[in-house]
Ligand binder design. Structure first.
Ligand SMILES: Cc1cc2nc3c(=O)[nH]c(=O)nc-3n(C[C@H](O)[C@H](O)[C@H](O)COP(=O)(O)OP(=O)(O)OC[C@H]3O[C@@H](n4cnc5c(N)ncnc54)[C@H](O)[C@@H]3O)c2cc1C
Length: 384
């Protein structure tokens, strides 16, 4: 049975859209991802191609140039791109999260920045994490102090994907420390502003979309760039991001599985394909089960988001999806790596790279433990 026939029923429009996204990924990602990964170098040409294909702002409103579709369609695009490589589509997820803060809550002028990203003219980065505020977002300490009509920003952000390539940092800062997490605001900061310094944080994974440390030293930002959104809005944004990263890692699982299946069929030992051994075949059967479950959970969460279901139900579905998929992608890639044997550990095969990329999944956008905590809380357990 073909993969498409096994999928949960998708409307004709969605099947066609999936096909469009798959062809885009084969045309724009397949030829460039290995070099982008080797050099840890983001491709602006990819970004522009995605914008030209209408794949940035899929779920953004038409008012800012978006397609006005749902998170379900966004997830389809991310899954299909990640079937080739999970690094580059991360750039698209980030445009959705940063752009969402701007077009959902921003002023007319700020919405235009979201439009510029959707049209491929400006790259956005989302800057929340700090050296001492990883999962604990309410501990963000970057200070924004009022200075006449402007604000002055001081602090350090860490792990900011594409900060070095971005034109605008959508950055969370503390404007009123006495109010704690309710005293935070986003600022749309021009990355080339005086006082903004970015430096690479080299990583073993996710290298086509590199991460940076951002130092802010007395950075002047006009009041017109303060976005009327803060901690609560980014927490909601993270729910959406968790659906999209679940799609991303579902696509990556399929990539690893396709590779492992092919290797198990073609690699011979003891006079027969290694896949003829039940122990290898069962690994691939287990992987397939993980992939099917990952997709179901991902698209169920996307549909909950698109239908505007009650927040408690949404959080539960999103966290279950994120928790399951990000554990499963590690299982599936480790299993593919094992099937690769000694050759799997070499640079001659791609499977070690897949396994390294997968390790990003359980620790970012709310770690494994943070998802368990969210699910336990929704079950009514006083878990903190
Ligand atoms: C490749 C990559 C890209 C990223 N891109 C961005 C980006 O674009 N923008 C951005 O703002 N951030 C980004 N991040 C940051 C990412 O979201 C953080 O790494 C993540 O929030 C984890 O933070 P931390 O490393 O400080 O871990 P910590 O929060 O220090 O956690 C360390 C460990 O302690 C555990 N832990 C923490 N609190 C609890 C608790 N209450 N209960 C149980 N266990 C707990 C965690 O689960 C984890 O295992 C990126 C990170 C990476 C690796």
């Amino acid at each position: 049975m073909t993969e498409e026939r096994r999928r949960p029923a998708e409307t004709v429009d969605r099947v066609m859209f999936r096909d469009t996204c798959r062809r885009f990924a084969e045309r724009e990602i397949a030829p460039i991802w290995e070099e982008a990964d080797r050099e840890s170098q983001f491709s602006r040409a990819f970004f522009v191609a995605a914008a030209n294909a209408g794949l940035i702002g899929i779920a953004a409103p038409a008012e800012v140039g978006g397609a006005g579709l749902g998170v379900h369609e966004e997830a389809i695009c991310i899954e299909e791109c990640a079937r080739i490589n999970p690094g580059l589509p991360n750039a698209l997820i980030i445009q959705g999260v940063a752009g969402g803060i701007l077009h959902d809550f921003g002023t007319a002028e700020q919405k235009e920045l979201a439009r510029a990203s959707i049209e491929g003219d400006k790259i956005l980065a989302i800057a929340v994490t700090e050296p001492d505020a990883g999962n604990d977002v309410q501990n963000v300490k970057t200070a924004a102090r009022r200075d006449g009509d402007d604000w002055k920003l001081d602090g350090i952000k860490s792990f900011i994907t594409l900060a070095g390539e971005a034109d605008v940092l959508v950055l969370l800062a503390q404007t009123d420390p006495a109010r704690g997490r309710d005293g935070m605001s986003f600022f749309a900061v021009d990355r080339r502003s005086p006082g903004v310094e970015v430096s690479r944080i080299p990583t073993y994974a996710n290298r086509p979309a590199p991460t940076y440390r951002v130092h802010l030293n007395n950075v002047r930002v006009p009041e017109a760039r303060r976005v009327p959104a803060g901690f609560r809005q980014i927490m909601m944004g993270f729910n959406r991001e968790r659906i999209l990263v679940s799609a991303r890692w579902s696509g990556h699982m399929q990539h690893a599985q396709d590779w492992a299946l092919d290797y198990a069929r073609t690699r011979h030992q003891f006079g027969r394909p290694i896949g003829a051994n039940q122990s290898i075949a069962f690994k691939l059967a287990q992987n397939q089960t993980d992939i099917e479950a990952a997709r179901l959970l991902t698209y169920q969460a996307a549909d909950r988001w698109d239908s505007g279901c009650p927040i408690a139900d949404l959080i539960q579905q999103v966290s279950c999806a994120k928790l399951f998929v990000t554990q499963a992608v590690v299982r599936v890639t480790q299993s593919a790596l094992h099937i690769g044997g000694g050759w799997g550990l070499t640079e001659e095969l791609p499977v070690m790279r897949m396994a390294l990329d997968a390790l990003v999944a359980p620790v970012t956008v709310g770690s494994f433990e943070i998802q368990l905590r969210a699910i336990a809380k929704q079950l009514g357990l006083p878990c903190d």
